[in-house]
Design a protein around this ligand. Structure first.
Ligand SMILES: Nc1ncnc2c1ncn2[C@@H]1O[C@H](COP(=O)(O)OP(=O)(O)O)[C@@H](O)[C@H]1O
Ligand SMILES: [Mg+2]
Length: 229
């Protein structure tokens, strides 16, 4: 069974006559253990799709099921704290918290004890290859690539299985951007996460297991691994 199932999902902005459906009857499934890319022109609805998958809003019609439960039947705050996380283009780290404190923050929101949160945060920073010397540093004194690793480690805390990225390599140089890809592949293929990345980045697209494209509100499979070989 797919971890995430979209069933005839519609979503638009505006009201009545001015209303325009950005997502128009989208149906598809996303599985654990796979890395997905979602492409499409600027304004095609990638961020809108991710905001529904993150539970920031509900579809206006149709349903999104996470592990079989529709998002409109869930406590969405809890869903966002425990099941899903997003990595944004600007990384959105808390500037007044150190790297380690940023990674610990979602665990503390969920009342995980400080010692356990610290141990888990250290393990996550190793998983994303963040050097230990970075842990006491504030985001303002880190490179883009380092900030991104902190954002990814923070996204993985609470053992979240669904990781979304909204153009996460958009602010990185090509060296940091190319380090990001093997990390995402490792998280999908070895840690069994479901990873969905909205991107313009050709190298992210090429390394994804499946690529979906949004055109005129429709999401369709653009290519999968087998076709590429
Ligand atoms: N809060 C909003 N209010 C009105 N229109 C919006 C809002 N957010 C996005 N849109 C519109 O919805 C469309 C899709 O936007 P978006 O999902 O951000 O696309 P993408 O991420 O692919 O660039 C665009 O036409 C955008 O202008
Ligand atoms: Mg966007």
């Amino acid at each position: 069974m797919a971890m995430l199932e979209l069933m005839d999902v519609c979503y638009g902005y505006g009201i009545k006559r001015d209303k325009k459906n950005v997502l128009n009857h989208i149906s598809c499934g996303f599985e654990q253990g796979k890395l997905y890319a979602v492409i499409g022109k600027s304004g095609s609805g990638k961020s809108t799709l991710l905001s529904l998958l993150t539970g920031l809003d509900l579809p206006q019609s149709g349903q999104i099921l996470f592990e079989g439960t529709p998002t409109d039947k869930m406590d969405l705050n809890e869903y966002r704290r425990k099941c899903v996380a997003v990595v944004y283009q600007d990384f959105s780290l808390f500037p007044l918290l150190t790297a380690l404190e940023n990674i610990m923050y979602p665990m503390q929101l969920c009342n995980v004890g400080k010692e356990k949160a610290r141990r888990d945060a250290l393990a996550l920073s190793r998983l994303v290859s963040l050097p230990e010397s970075m842990l006491d540093r504030y985001p303002g004194r880190m490179s883009g690539g380092e900030q991104q690793r902190v954002a990814i480690a923070r996204a993985l805390s609470m053992d979240r299985r669904l990781i979304l990225g909204d153009e996460p390599t958009g602010n990185l140089d090509s060296e940091n951007s190319s380090a990001f890809i093997p990390l995402m592949q490792k998280l999908a293929h070895e840690e069994n996460k479901c990873i969905i990345i909205a991107t313009h980045d050709i190298s992210v697209m090429e390394s994804a297991d499946e690529v979906y494209k949004i055109v005129d509100g429709q999401l369709s499979l653009y290519r999968n691994r087998e076709e590429q070989r």
